[in-house]
Design a protein around this ligand. Structure first.
Ligand code: FE
Ligand code: FE
Ligand code: ZN
Length: 278
């Protein structure tokens, strides 16, 4: 069975997202832990979170995916910005562990903003070590990035270096964003096997825990990050069909971050379910 969902707004609470996912034909979803631009966390209604947990269990949901605010920069040049990222992530993890323990936590490694990728990677390792030392249970995922600006994590070797430098990487994985890797210059259209071989040799396929399934408005290797609807970008439906059916990927949870409202998501989910070989 294909495990798939879309990004959903958390503005109406946890249970609402679970019900919305079911209406879309999904068995999982992604949500922002808080306003993606701001930093204010909404206080969680424990009854609402419990209702989602029950629904997810009853309907056999695949793991949910919480996305950290993308404005955080774990490798900022300014120490107080890095400390801010750490405090937000720490707070998010505490909320997830208490209220939505079946969710994984995805974040963007960050932008080195001219310090160079080595310095950036050092900051990210430092932040993750601090987070992981606190002994929480949530799985933390580094997202593969497109390589725009000074982004870290668009090359598999950068993610490998981060993970390989951690004191304890047992709870750390990777979320592969199809739009981003394609824009970063990994040819998932013509050589999916080769890209996955490279992922495996550098990072290890065992680290791959989730896929952001998006088409790309921008061309291959453009290092630009613009998501397109499934089949409407430079990746295309054929390649996306190969991705969801690939033996190394087919059992992972897929999350759509395509430019859609709810009816568009429902259509894409139906399209992908039909393209999945049981
Ligand atoms: Fe993201
Ligand atoms: Fe993504
Ligand atoms: Zn993106």
């Amino acid at each position: 069975m294909l495990h798939i969902g879309s990004h959903l707004s958390s503005s109406k609470g946890y249970r609402h997202m679970g019900e919305e996912a079911l209406l879309l034909g999904a068995d999982t979803f992604q949500f922002f832990t808080r306003n993606p631009r701001g930093s204010k966390a909404k206080s969680v209604d424990p009854g609402d979170a419990a209702a989602l947990r029950r629904l997810a269990e009853e309907k056999n949901f695949a793991p949910l995916l919480a996305h950290a605010p993308y404005t955080l920069n774990a490798c900022a040049a300014a120490e107080e910005m890095r400390a801010f990222a750490l405090s937000i992530m720490r707070e998010d993890l505490a909320v997830l562990e208490t209220h939505v323990p079946q969710a994984m936590y995805n974040f963007h490694p960050g932008n080195h903003v001219g310090q160079g990728s080595e310095a950036g990677i050092g900051h990210i390792v430092h932040l993750l070590n601090a987070l992981l030392r606190e002994g929480r249970s949530t799985v933390i995922l580094l997202e593969t990035m497109s390589g725009k600006g000074t982004e870290i994590g668009w090359r598999f070797e950068e993610l490998a270096e981060i993970i390989g430098s951690l004191d304890d990487a047992a709870r750390v994985g990777v979320c592969l964003d199809t739009c981003h890797v394609h824009a970063a210059g990994y040819d998932i259209v013509n050589d999916l096997d080769g890209v996955l071989r490279e992922f495996d040799s550098r990072i290890g396929l065992g680290r791959l825990r989730a896929v952001h399934l998006n088409d790309s408005m921008m061309p291959f290797a453009s290092r630009k990050d613009r998501h397109a609807r499934i089949g409407e970008g430079s990746i295309g439906l054929e390649a996306i069909t190969r991705i969801i059916n690939h033996p190394a990927l087919r059992s992972l949870p897929f999350y759509l971050e395509t430019p859609n409202e709810q009816p568009g998501y429902a259509q894409e989910i139906a399209l992908l379910r039909a393209a999945f070989h049981d």
